[in-house]
Design a protein around this ligand. Sequence first.
Ligand code: KIV
Ligand code: NA
Length: 278
Amino acid sequence: RKKVTIQTLHALRQSKTPITMITAYDYPTALACSSSTLTDITLVGDSLAQVCLGYPSTTKLTIDEMIHHSRAVSRGNTHPLLVADMPFGSYHVSVEDAIRNAVRMVREGGAEAVKLEGGKEISDIVRRLTEVGIPVMAHVGLLPQRHAALSGYRVQGRSVDGAQKVLSDALALQRAGAFSVVVEAVPQELGRYATERLSIPTIGIGAGPGTSGQVLVLDDIMGTWSGHKAKFVRRFANLKEVRDNGVQKYAEGVRDGSFPDPATESYSMDPELWEKFL
Ligand code: KIV
Ligand code: NA
């Protein structure tokens, strides 16, 4: 498949073809995301923190860690547009600092676009990044980087004021130049309405079927994540069972001596040479 561009995403939105986005964290998961011609976007999500690095939340992730993993993803990613999350704290200090860090994400991390969490309050940063040629994907609704301020991971935009805030934030970010927006954990009515009001593609996660596309964390799709399973997660495979079974079978084989097989899984020496050696 030809490389997916921002223009491709707009065309998919226009034709009401749901956009597909999956997270990746390293070279093998990037190959997985690129293995189907139906995938449009690979996201190096900062869920990297929990899923891959064992941190309790995304706020622990550094920009150096993100770049290290993003580079690995970029070596395996083929046709999908490669977007990477800017980690917590890497775009909050000043516009200059945000640009410096976003440039690193592109030059060192191989990202083709960056994703930033937040509403109107980050629109100046989104505008400047866009102006210097770094495409920005916005992220509204539930903002995991602010789990402490939000007192946990909860559905957003369920009140009249809350819904208005999600919509006006998304509109402000579109005006600031964002090429797309992730909408996380909001009522499906709001997911659909925001999608109708915006002219850029919306990518939903827990936002119902009415958005321009969907994103899920790869480990949730594969059933390898054993932590909390959100309402919006569907496990499309059960790799954890397959994986743990492989480990168990291998360990059993070693223990009982059935692995390795001397005839097919071992090297042999010429008997005459072996005699000489002895
Ligand atoms: O970090 C992440 O994985 C994300 C997506 C799930 C939207 O931001
Ligand atoms: Na994220």
